[in-house]
Design a protein around this ligand. Structure first.
Ligand SMILES: [Zn+2]
Length: 316
């Protein structure tokens, strides 16, 4: 018999079913001010910290809920990537797609839909960061381009909410081609005299910044969003200079004239609606009672190019 044999029972591990009485995920710590916020309070505040106005990332569906008046019609819901390069990095691209679809409930990193923003019928594309970093592959490009074409046919303005890590490397050069495809569609939208508003949220980087995110008639950003092309480390190594304070934030870019406006998420819908009205959009389509004749004419009613000259309403 061994002299030092342990006879006492080791301390029992806490039973799995006897977990803490505080349920998981009820509270969240704000990365901005370190305050603990009740999840429901955060949700009612559009995922903006009530104490320091830190903007939490939100999904594409939440974004549409925030922008549209009520319901919306989603376009090209079932487009999925075919993995054209049969690509594998640390894991197969097909497995990444499958996981993305399971985790987010969408089939690629964007939702394109039409609905009313304060009565103005608009096509909105909202990017989903939780789906492979909101990266832009063939499906994202195709969905956005088709959405813009639909907007041109129905004479509706376009809003794209950008939230992306850039082009999707698993689709190689095909993902880069989406930049040109979307920009081409936006040029046609412009020639049709229809407005496009880009909403830049945290993060907007890479090929998305280098294409449609910066092409809005108005580029609106959320506060303190990371907006850039390459990451700061790569830039520092390339130009061999220390980058200034606040580099690649919304505030820095506003200061340098790269974006037009910074808007709090809680005011975003009102700002977009006001901007669309300023650019000539009207709410005719959803208010046929006010304009009974307009709804029967063949002329699409959403926008009038000559209305651009209306004076800008002042905003507090
Ligand atoms: Zn906070």
């Amino acid at each position: 018999m061994a002299w030092f044999k342990k006879t006492r029972k080791p301390m029992a591990a806490p039973a799995k079913d006897k977990a803490s009485r505080v349920p998981e995920g009820l509270w969240v710590k704000c990365p901005g001010c370190s305050n603990i916020i009740y999840n429901k309070d955060l949700a009612t505040n559009l995922s903006v910290c009530p104490k320091c106005a830190h903007h939490f990332r939100i999904g594409a569906a939440d974004r549409l809920r925030m922008i549209f008046d009520d319901t919306w019609t989603e376009y090209d819901k079932d487009l999925v990537s075919t993995d054209p390069l049969n690509f594998t990095d640390t894991k197969p691209y097909k497995a990444r797609l499958k996981a993305g679809i399971e985790n987010t409930g969408v089939k690629d990193a964007v939702i394109v839909a039409a609905g009313a923003i304060d009565g103005i019928e608009t096509v909105v594309a909202a990017m989903e960061y939780a789906f492979i970093g909101g990266s832009m592959g063939v499906v994202v490009g195709e969905k956005i381009a088709r959405g813009i074409e639909r907007a041109i046919d129905a004479r509706m303005p376009v809003v794209i909410v950008c939230c992306s890590g850039g082009a999707r490397m698993m689709e190689g050069a095909l993902s880069l081609m989406q930049m040109a495809k979307i920009c081409g569609a936006l040029a046609r939208l412009d020639r049709a005299g229809l407005p496009y508003i880009a909403v830049l949220t945290d993060p907007t980087t890479g090929g998305v910044t280098a294409s449609f995110a910066m092409l809005g008639d108005l580029n609106i950003a959320e506060p303190k969003a990371l907006i850039g092309f390459a990451g700061p480390r790569v830039i520092e190594q390339t130009i061999r200079q220390t980058l200034p304070e606040g580099f690649q934030t919304s505030e820095f870019l506003l200061d340098k004239g790269m974006i037009d406006l910074i808007s709090d998420r809680r005011e975003m819908k009102a700002v977009i609606a006001q901007a669309l009205r300023f650019m000539g959009a009207t709410a005719k389509m959803t208010q046929p009672a006010e304009q009974p004749a307009a709804s029967e004419t063949a002329e699409p009613p959403a926008l009038a190019a000559d209305a651009v000259a209306t004076p800008l309403p002042t905003r507090a």
